[in-house]
Design a protein around this ligand. Structure first.
Ligand code: ADP
Length: 419
């Protein structure tokens, strides 16, 4: 996006133009003075030319102090602990160098009185008729209060779901006992009621677990112990663990390596298939959550047909996917699917239970490993959820595995009781 401060004037009379410019200027200065957002104009050398009252209130620099200074002296981007964040600084530099607009909702700056505040900003280049970058306009807002509120909300959800899991687990336990013929004698009507109560309690337990995991994913508290994993063997094992729930619903399930002609039945021994070794550095328990989630969705939303788990890749990437022959996802919902609490509003989702947290958690976990998750889907034909992870070479994998073994040995020598 490029920015033009004043529109082009076509009037021929100089007087008319001057009046019109004066009116435009007046309008602009009324707006610039009235809005709470900070507005900064820098020239092509990065020197501040305009610093509105909103910018003064947010940064603590007066307009006379800031104007004429290099923007980097006034806007010092830091992380939450006050350490300089070079990436943000560099991204803003690109606005002037390459004329590319940039925006960020997660930045922090240090004010003149050395206070760290959260800001959201958007910066657009000013481009003249010869397509030359002549400067940039930045608009920014203090979002410290919003972030604090958001953290408090996340903290509340996290504490509440943690506390509620314990009584729910107790209820589930007692219901299981009541349903156990060796422990309790109940008539068939009571059994029917208790089975329904048991299913609902299980659902509640999963909901609390999902809420807790998503709150942790948001504030970076997810436990994560990455190690070298050979994704082929790992997925093959996982497929055979998962296939029963697909088969229970009458769905066929397979594990596909590379081209679909190499498709192998999950129940058959698959060691006959020669496939490349795909190594990635991931926490196998965390990634199991992701695949199980995608797989459970595939089974949940598919009435007939097949669910496939697949693996492919190239030198840089390990790619795996979960594919189904279900109802598909409308194109307009796809961009929102990995957001928290997002559910497609359809008759199917209204009758099928869910929280809209599963795919959000999947995205957060995949991002822990610099990976990418996305979906391709066609309504009426099915959906395929893809995950790309950085692939590590076999040589590098061996090196890392040797270090892992070494540090495991060291741990067992220094704390033998932990074995
Ligand atoms: P939910 O608990 O609702 O399943 P998710 O975050 O796992 O939450 O999924 C979000 C939404 O994406 C679901 O409500 C559903 O509408 C849609 N969705 C996810 N997976 C599939 C799938 N395999 N086929 C069709 N729709 C799906």
């Amino acid at each position: 996006m490029s920015f033009r401060l004043f529109g082009k004037k076509s009037g021929s009379s100089r007087g008319k133009l001057a009046t019109s410019l004066r009116t435009e200027k007046l309008k602009s200065s009324i707006i610039l003075n009235a809005i709470d957002d900070g507005v900064v104009l820098v020239d092509d050398q990065g020197l501040i030319q305009l610093f509105n009252p909103g910018a003064v209130a947010i940064t603590g620099w007066s307009d006379t102090e800031a104007e004429g200074l290099d923007w980097q002296l006034v806007f010092r981007f830091v992380d939450a602990k006050g350490q300089a964040v070079e990436d943000t600084q560099a991204a803003i530099g690109q606005v002037l160098k390459l004329g590319q607009a940039t925006r960020d909702n997660t930045a922090n700056i240090i004010t003149k009185s050395n206070k760290i505040i959260g800001v959201s900003f958007s910066i657009s280049p000013l481009i003249d008729d010869n397509k030359r970058v002549t400067g940039a306009v930045g608009i920014f807002r203090d979002v410290s209060q919003e972030r604090q509120d958001e953290n408090r909300r996340a903290e509340f959800i996290s504490t509440a779901s943690h506390e509620m899991r314990t009584p729910v687990a107790a209820i589930e336990g007692y219901l299981s006992l009541a349903l156990n013929e060796k422990v309790a004698i109940i008539d068939s009507k009571a059994r029917d009621y208790l089975e329904k109560a048991h299913a609902s309690t299980e659902h509640l337990g999963r909901l609390f677990q999902d809420l807790l995991t998503s709150a942790k994913a948001e504030d970076g508290r997810l436990t994560n112990h990455p190690k070298v994993v050979e994704v082929g063997a790992y997925l093959e094992q996982l497929t055979s663990d998962l296939k029963f729930s697909a088969e229970k619903k009458g769905l066929f399930m397979d594990f596909v390596v590379g081209a679909s002609s190499q498709s192998i039945d999950a129940t058959a021994g698959s060691s006959r298939v020669v496939r490349p070794l795909y190594y990635a550095e991931i926490d196998p328990d965390r990634m199991r959550e992701v695949i199980t989630n995608l797989f459970d969705n595939a089974v949940k939303y598919t009435d007939t047909g097949k669910v496939s788990i697949g693996l492919t890749g190239n030198d840089q990437v390990v790619q795996f996917y979960v594919k189904d022959t279900g109802p598909g996802i409308p194109a307009e919902d796809i961009p929102h699917l990995f957001q928290k609490f997002y559910r497609v509003d359809s008759s199917a989702t209204r009758t099928i239970g869910g929280t809209g947290l599963g795919l959000f958690i999947c995205r957060k976990i995949v991002e822990l490993y610099d990976g990418r998750i996305w979906v391709e889907s066609e309504q009426g034909k099915g959906s395929t959820f893809f995950i790309n992870l950085p692939r590590i070479s076999s040589a590098r994998a061996e090196q890392l595995q040797a270090t892992e073994t070494q540090s495991a040995t060291m741990t067992s020598i220094t704390s033998p009781t932990k074995q």
